[in-house]
Design a protein around this ligand. Structure first.
Ligand code: 26Y
Length: 810
């Protein structure tokens, strides 16, 4: 609450403060005395929004006037997080607004903190889409993001006695001052029904069911407010919201059933990361948003350019994984059934317009739909898929070296067992560019999942190593480090992250390193306060902060980190006389609600933490914490405070990783495997400034092929055996001693993720970390060198490559 009085003529408040109060009064309907923090938040956003809207309109008009080609990023996920600080910082209004609010007795940081996190995504893929939107605007490229306006985004994670409990997160509870509903931009999206053809060959699809897709727009502000682009999210509505005849007959539920059914479509985000949802509702969501987006793109193109044949010259559509792959068939449908192009011409336009990005090679994450389901829901698209397939297989059969097995692998239809439509093959065939998200991942795409399609179209697969926006992931989340960088090398790096290389000489400047270390320590103190307040756990800010935060997944090997913590615990207890480096191990992340093993890993981390944190024999030498409800905002708090970044996936399994980039940019050293973008981080920061351990992707493949089992390795490693057996025998779960028996048996019997195989190398690398952390100068030098060399991982660089090499817009 504020003690501030309304401005008077005698005591005129600076313009901005008056504007905020004016908004508060006239838009929110409260005065400064009655306003609650949420009212101040809304008033601040609405005031700031005026400037954003003006730039937004200018950006749209300029693109129109120039007849510019537009980029369309189709993604079922946009993990954008909070927007106020982002907009304030990109518009360079932070200090002004903070001062204006302070004059009204309001703390900007406090209201920033109550803005809900827009969590319309699961993890890496969704956050990448958000970084890309910001970079597109920052590079002044006309672009639209298309997705779904989920009412319930990612679930909120609560821990009950260490077990994950999922709660709905209602991010729209207080309304959303950032969004604009565009009722005039609404489209018909049909499902089911049948397809008929006239004698003249005219095809007609009569859906049995339909919903209306209504656009809701959010402005995406680029760096220095150069440009504001649109994130267009679709809302589903019934055409006939209430059946009055039924209502009047007393059937209230029946009267509203259509509305309910339509709204269900955009109600929740599927909280599965890399484990296919498989349900009909998911396919409906995919088609709903793909169809609305393609209709919108085609309508805009015709309105501006008049001729559908020029679409590829004026529109580049990027598919964020296969989730929008049905858009390929939808564009084909519009071009052939409505714009009366021949199949061949439509296919050429489609392929020239689409690009497809693959984000995972995990076979279980590759989307495919049972053919009967696809056909029932999308009968016309099924026909189009068959037609595309016939053409594709005809082309393939003409190529030397493509045999029957290769044909079966290339086909859009998986014929092994229950017939299924392969969305990755559809996306591949329907695009002129197919890219991976890190160098290793792209090479593995060529060798594994897409080997046969690659032989057929050897020029199609290309690499675009991921990036992160340095605005959110350096400037906004780490003002302390940003200020120090400005003192050292000036402001240039803010416009071009590659200029961070100017920092390199400061690695050898001891007084700079001391100031750098002070910033890190201060960030650690801030995080410790948060953890103390939220979890009641006291941390030593001089300990090494060792952090693994990401979705919980077996291939990411949180279990390896936990087992190593147990081994370290055992070592500290056995050798208290040694000179141990105090360590805080932080974990955070969500598990898909149906992923039992991942949930058990969360419980184990909590059980281990409970026991270790309560053991006076280790005291401050080792603390373990699982921080609940990991999301973008929590990442913004944790990453600037990290000393050590854990990137320890089984080699060959993490397509890229992007958290790895955020940590290194904020001066943490990486301990990691030769996987995903870790390899490129190593190349940029240098071997001496990163801790690489473990099997390579090739070695993992060899071991798997040769029938590797964990047992031999565990029995040959005293440290590992002791830790695994302690966990298996219930040392950390005295209330249920067998809780982890199955989990540990899995390591003996299969160990698909090579935890045992990599354990000794990992433990040895951790002891190297300890030694280096004890050498303040050596650690500080490496940390500074990391920051200096991470500019290449800016998503501006990534988007520049997409723009030049895939989209043709730069
Ligand atoms: C099919 C459906 C259930 C599904 C939903 C979400 C499948 C996959 C996903 C999400 C995948 C994902 O987030 N992949 C990550 O993409 C990042 C951005 O490219 C990579 O950095 C990261 O390595 C990869 O796991």
């Amino acid at each position: 609450d504020s003690q501030a009085a309304a401005p008077t003529a005698l005591d005129p408040r600076p313009a901005l403060a008056s504007a905020i109060v004016d908004t508060l009064v006239h838009r929110i309907g409260k005065d400064a005395q009655a306003a609650r923090p949420h009212d101040w938040l809304a008033a601040t956003i609405l005031t700031l929004r005026n400037e954003i809207i003006e730039r937004w309109m200018e950006s749209t008009k300029a693109a129109h006037a120039a007849g510019a080609k537009r980029v369309y990023y189709l993604s079922l996920e946009f993990l954008i997080g909070r927007l106020l600080r982002d907009a304030l910082s990109n518009l360079r209004h932070n200090d002004e607004v903070a001062a204006a609010l302070a004059s009204l007795g309001v703390d900007l940081a406090a209201i920033e903190e109550i803005e809900p996190d827009a969590a319309l995504g699961n993890g890496g893929l969704g956050r990448l889409a958000a970084c890309f939107m910001e970079s597109l605007a920052s590079l002044d490229l006309p672009a639209y993001g298309y997705g779904i306006r989920y009412v319930n985004g990612m679930f909120r994670q609560r821990l009950d006695d260490g077990w994950q409990v999922e709660l709905p997160e209602n991010w729209l509870a207080h309304g959303n001052p950032w969004e604009f509903e565009r009722r005039e931009s609404a489209y018909f999206v049909g499902f089911g029904g049948e397809v008929t053809a006239t004698t003249s060959g005219q095809v007609h699809w009569s859906p049995i069911e339909a919903v209306e897709a209504v656009a809701v727009d959010t402005p995406m502000v680029g760096w220095r407010g150069k440009r504001v682009n649109t994130l267009r999210l679709w809302n589903a509505r019934a055409f006939d919201p209430i059946k009055l005849d039924r209502f009047n007959a007393g059937d209230f539920e029946g009267a509203l059933a259509g509305q309910m059914r339509a709204e269900t479509l955009t109600r929740v985000l599927y909280p599965n990361d890399s484990t296919p949802a498989g349900q009909e509702l998911r396919l409906r969501q995919e088609y709903f948003f793909s169809s609305a987006s393609i209709q919108d793109i085609v309508r805009r193109h015709l309105q501006y350019f008049g001729d559908i044949r020029t679409l590829p010259e004026k529109a580049a559509i990027q598919l964020n994984d296969t989730h929008p792959a049905v858009a390929v068939a939808e564009l084909m449908r519009l071009l052939t059934d409505f714009h009366e192009l021949s199949f061949d011409e439509a296919w050429e336009i489609t392929r020239a317009t689409f690009g497809y990005t693959n984000h995972t090679l995990l076979p279980e994450a590759l989307e495919s739909w049972p053919l009967p389901l696809f056909e029932r829901l999308l009968p016309r698209h099924m026909q189009i898929v068959y037609a595309i397939n016939a053409r594709l297989l005809r082309e393939a059969s003409k190529v030397d070296g493509i045999d029957g097995n290769a044909i079966a692998a290339i086909s859009l239809i998986d014929e092994g067992g229950e017939r299924r439509v392969r969305m990755a093959n559809l996306a591949f065939a329907g695009s002129h560019s197919v890219n991976g998200v890190a160098a290793l991942h792209t090479e593995l795409m060529k060798k594994t999942v897409f080997a046969d399609l690659h032989r057929l179209y050897p020029d199609r697969i290309n690499n675009k190593t991921n990036g992160i926006t340095p605005r959110r992931w350096l400037q906004q989340c780490n003002p302390g480090l940003t200020g120090l960088l400005v003192e050292a090398i000036g402001e240039d790096f803010k416009d071009d992250a590659a200029r961070l290389t100017a920092l390199a000489p400061f690695a050898n400047d001891s007084s700079f390193r001391e100031r750098f270390a002070m910033v890190k320590r201060s960030n650690k103190v801030t995080l410790s306060t948060y953890i103390k307040d939220s979890m009641g756990l006291t941390l030593d800010p001089d300990a090494i902060f060792d952090v693994q935060i990401k979705r919980i997944h077996e291939y990411k090997r949180q279990l390896l980190g936990i087992v190593e913590a147990v081994a370290l615990y055992d070592q500290i207890r056995s050798h208290p006389e040694r000179n141990w480096t105090p360590r805080v191990k932080l974990f955070a992340g969500k598990a898909a609600s149906s992923y039992h093993t991942a949930k058990l890993v969360i419980k184990l981390a909590n059980d281990v933490a409970k026991r270790i944190n309560a053991d006076p024999a280790v005291g401050d030498l080792l603390k373990v914490a699982f921080v609940p409800n990991y999301n973008v905002s929590l990442a913004e708090k944790i990453i600037p405070a990290a000393d050590l970044s854990e990137q320890i996936s089984t080699a060959g399994m993490e397509a890229s990783g992007t958290g790895n980039m955020k940590f290194a940019l904020n001066g943490a050293l990486t301990i990691g495997t030769l996987d995903g973008a870790n390899i490129e981080i190593k190349d940029h920061v240098g071997d001496d400034n990163i801790f690489i351990f473990g099997l390579t992707a090739d070695e993992v493949a060899e071991k798997r092929a040769s029938g590797y089992r964990g047992r031999q390795v565990i029995e040959g490693s005293r440290e590992l055996a002791q830790a695994v057996n302690a966990i298996a025998s219930g040392v950390f779960s005295p209330d249920d001693p067998d809780r982890y028996k199955g989990l540990m048996d899995g390591l003996y019997e299969h160990d698909w993720f090579m935890l045992a195989a990599d354990f000794d190398a990992y433990a040895a690398a951790q002891r190297e970390v300890d030694a280096k952390f004890g050498d303040t100068a050596a650690w500080g030098r490496s940390a500074v060198i990391n920051v200096a060399n991470m500019g290449w991982f800016s998503s501006d660089r990534t988007i520049g490559e997409y723009a030049k090499q895939i989209w043709g817009v730069m």
